[in-house]
Design a protein around this ligand. Structure first.
Ligand code: NAD
Length: 459
């Protein structure tokens, strides 16, 4: 596991070992041994599966592509986590993302464990036929360890419904006669996917922010005002202000979060900037998000990169460099691209008061410590971007029962589940000096510790 997650798990365990009300049955030397078992279980994956997919490309080349499936922990249920297609995928990253899934599922009480997959390619370098073969080969190589009750992949960066449909079809043909709808989630609706799954992560990301700043703060205003807590002060200072939002990444997560913000009636907010792998677009009066969503759907996922393209689409915006989005004078910054975006070199230039992590691990440990000390609220990945796995769970359930929910039912269930989690972590967050990430980890680690203890795994 990469250091950031290990450090936070270890800090969470240190806080818990001293709390005599937590697992009071464990005392003396037995308690120390049990907590050291916990650290070793949670900081190492159960299995790291690696293969080199041998692919005959359409242009005649035969290549071997490194690929991974990491299974971190399944104490809560089958391993679960996306498959990423990206040229920077590496073993440490996949292990870290798999461990984050274990903790995320524990925090939100989703009955899955943690897994993650990765294929070291830039999918833009391959045509559709080659990508189809890569997806099929991935399932062939890992078919023994995948399955609806073993390990259930989903989309991540560089993959989507199309890839999940191909992979599920391959799984079905490798295992004829066995149940297959629950083998992959994030499939298209016609192939047994759930309504609302595509939008689930982005909607959940925006909902997390809206719930904290609107619902929770309004409801607990007096209680918050009495706290001597820097994060409570930040939240109260933003409560009734018109808010300027910037959103880094305009893919599946970022574009849906942007649209949710644009359509939100609960908060007086406007999206003044969005960015992608090429550019930042800025408009102090607020960007026309529906037109940008339409533009990217017609242009291979990319935002307009020239004034000509902006004029043609009738979108008013100034084009800035890709990195400039992070330093803009905004109140809220959503990070929905890749990891390690805010780090030691740029953390001092951040002006936002709230940062919402739609992507996994977009803020490094140093930057997290620095910004948290200044009272900036960071809504961490583990809390904010769980919408995808929550609706994946609903998709898996629907596949098992072959009974399908309406889109409205899906979002109602999603928000109910997220609210339960917020209500268990937010009072503690505003009541004590730990940043929100630490609070969430403590909750997740508590849940996993109790279950591991009751199953007799701590010796
Ligand atoms: P995506 O591939 O659909 O979109 C990624 C976006 O980020 C694109 O707009 C791309 O142009 C942009 N981007 C890439 N590099 C960039 C850079 N250096 N600067 C600015 N923008 C850049 O991916 P996605 O599904 O939206 O996932 C985004 C993040 O959210 C990832 O970290 C992923 O792990 C995380 N996440 C996704 C889901 C899900 O359900 N899709 C669930 C949980 C977490």
């Amino acid at each position: 596991m990469a250091n950031q997650t290990v450090d936070i798990v270890s800090d969470s365990l240190k806080a818990l070992v001293d709390d005599k009300d937590f697992l009071p049955e464990l005392t003396g030397e037995g308690r120390n041994k049990a907590f050291s078992s916990l650290l070793s279980i949670l900081s190492t994956p159960d299995h790291v599966n690696k293969s080199y997919l041998r692919i005959a490309l359409e242009d005649g080349q035969v290549v071997r592509i490194p690929s991974f499936r990491v299974q971190h922990n399944n104490v809560l249920g089958p391993y679960k986590g996306g498959i990423r297609f990206h040229e920077t995928v590496n073993e440490d990253e996949v292990v870290n993302l798999a461990s984050l899934m274990t903790l995320k599922n524990a925090l939100h009480e989703v009955p899955f464990g943690g897994g993650k997959g990765g294929v070291v390619i830039n999918p833009r370098d391959y045509n559709e036929k080659d990508l189809y073969v890569i997806c099929k080969k991935y399932v062939q190589y890992f078919s023994d360890i995948l399955g609806p009750d073993k390990d259930i992949p989903a989309p991540d960066v560089g993959t989507g419904e199309r890839e999940m449909d191909w992979m599920m079809a391959e799984y079905k043909s490798i295992r004829p006669g066995e149940s297959y709808l629950g083998s992959f989630t994030g499939k298209s609706v016609v192939n047994g996917g759930s309504l609302g799954r595509r939008e689930a992560t982005g909607k959940g990301v925006y909902f997390t922010f809206r719930y904290l700043l609107h619902d929770f703060v309004c409801d607990k205003e007096n209680w918050l005002a009495e706290r001597d807590n820097i994060f409570a002060k930040t939240a109260l200072s933003l409560k009734e202000k018109p808010l300027k939002l910037a959103i880094q990444g305009f893919g599946n997560v970022g574009s849906v979060a942007a649209l949710s913000a644009y359509q939100c009636n609960h908060l007086n907010n406007k999206v003044v900037a969005v960015s992608d792998r090429n550019v930042t677009l800025y408009n102090s009066d607020g960007l026309d998000i529906p037109s940008l969503v339409k533009f990217v759907s017609l242009n291979k996922g990319d935002l307009p990169i020239s004034d000509e393209q902006l004029n043609q689409a009738e979108i008013k915006a100034t084009i800035l460099n890709r990195e400039e989005i992070l330093m803009l004078d905004v109140d809220v910054l959503f990070l929905a691209a890749l990891e390690n975006q805010i780090h030691q070199e740029n953390m001092m230039s951040i002006k936002a008061e709230i940062i919402v992590e739609g992507a996994n691990a977009p803020v490094t440990t140093e930057a997290d410590d620095y910004l948290s000390e200044k009272g900036i609220i960071i809504i961490p990945d583990i809390l904010a971007n769980a919408g995808g796995v929550i609706v994946s769970y609903l998709e898996w359930l629907q596949g098992r029962e072959t009974q399908f929910y309406s889109e409205e039912e899906v979002f109602e269930k999603l928000y109910d589940k997220m609210k339960e989690t917020f209500n268990s972590v937010l009072p503690q967050f505003f009541g004590d000096p730990f940043p929100l990430r630490q609070n969430c980890y403590i909750h997740a680690v508590m849940k996993l510790s109790i279950i591991l203890y009751r199953q007799g795994k701590l010796y």
